[in-house]
Design a protein around this ligand. Structure first.
Ligand code: ATP
Ligand code: MG
Length: 322
């Protein structure tokens, strides 16, 4: 397949092939088991690499405009089981972006201080400012995933018992939807990526981590314990996608058994969302343009003056030395 010149027609084609099938637009009928984890969209690895590189460049150009325009912000949320490739996907896709306009936050088990607040608090204080890209490596969605799978985590949140009913997950979905809609209405574009890896691929990656000295640090015994709860996690993920996909904040269920294909999907989805914003450098008004012309003339005149003086000085120097 040819990647062409990456013009807008080509981009539309890429969007239809590598993003549309994985964006959940019909949440009521979403069934996780209908989403194969090993899809590659008919791509081979070399072509994928070209697309990844083209997306990386495009994201970097668009980010400059996002920053200069200073109106929109972009929030990218990454969720997955362990070893699905979240960290490396984030590193790859964002590697061309100016670090000043981008921030990554990783959310681990909450601290005592965080548990003293409502569950959104720690995420709300990390939201991207206008003009920036914010990345959540895990997010508020852990509140309907790991907390749902381990009810003891909910006990630790010290909620008033009266408020903890069997409706709690439905209520959390509702609150998350409302929160994200509010953010969207304030200029935050939200894209949510669930890196969908198979249990078998995770097993292989854990084995790699155990075998390769450079990867051992990534291995944690806790990850094996979570793996045993695979089906419960998958049920929680499915419910999460069904209840929290909205036009303003869609979920992408990204096939993640081939890391390179996951990166194509993520990069293309980000490019597409940013292109839609029609980002542009701020226009300079007429008055400022006139002022700029005056300043320019003054700077040029100063340069000429400076030139005369240095020439004068060097002649004096020569004379003095003679
Ligand atoms: P990752 O697994 O994302 O690559 P890591 O291995 O470096 O990161 P971990 O120590 O595994 O970091 O921290 C992430 C852990 O924190 C995950 O097991 C996650 O489920 C847990 N966690 C995140 N948010 C919450 C939460 N709100 N309540 C309980 N546990 C949470
Ligand atoms: Mg981990």
């Amino acid at each position: 397949m040819s990647t062409g010149k990456h013009g807008s027609g080509e981009r539309d084609k890429q969007f239809r092939a590598f993003v549309a099938p994985f964006r959940i637009d019909d949440p009521e009928h979403f069934r996780l088991k209908h989403h194969a984890t090993d899809q590659t969209g008919g791509l081979d690895k070399d072509t994928a690499k070209e697309l990844i590189e083209a997306n990386r460049l495009r994201i970097s150009q668009l980010q400059e405009k996002l920053y200069a325009q200073d109106r929109w912000s972009l929030l990218l949320i990454f969720q997955a089981m362990d070893a699905a490739g979240k960290d490396s996907a984030i590193a790859h896709v964002m590697s061309g972006v100016n670090p000043q306009g981008c921030q990554v936050f990783s959310f681990k088990a909450p601290t005592a201080q965080e548990l003293d607040h409502d569950f959104m608090w720690r995420h709300a204080i990390c939201l991207p400012e206008r003009g920036r890209i914010g990345i959540f490596n895990r997010s508020h969605y852990e509140e309907v995933l790991v907390v749902r799978v381990h009810s003891e985590y909910l006990d630790r949140q010290r909620l008033p018992p009266k408020l903890v009913t069997r409706d709690i997950w439905r209520e959390r979905f509702e609150d998350i939807r409302a929160f994200e809609r509010y953010l969207a209405r304030n200029g935050t574009v939200i894209l949510k990526f669930f890196l969908n890896v198979s249990r078998e691929e995770q097993r292989q990656r854990f084995l790699d981590r155990l075998e390769e000295p450079g990867k051992r640090w990534k291995f944690s015994m806790g990850d094996v314990a979570e793996r045993r709860l695979w089906d419960k996690y998958m049920a929680a993920y499915q419910d999460m996608v069904r209840h929290t996909t909205q036009p303003d904040a869609p979920w992408f269920v990204v096939p993640a058994d081939r890391k390179w294909f996951a990166r194509v999907v993520i990069g293309t989805a980000i490019v597409e969302a940013m292109e839609k914003l029609q980002l542009a450098y701020p226009r300079v008004d007429k008055v400022s343009l006139k002022e700029f012309a005056d300043v320019r003339r003054a700077l040029e005149a100063e340069g000429k003056e400076q030139g005369k003086m240095t020439r004068g000085k060097s002649t004096r120097g020569k004379r003095g030395g003679a």
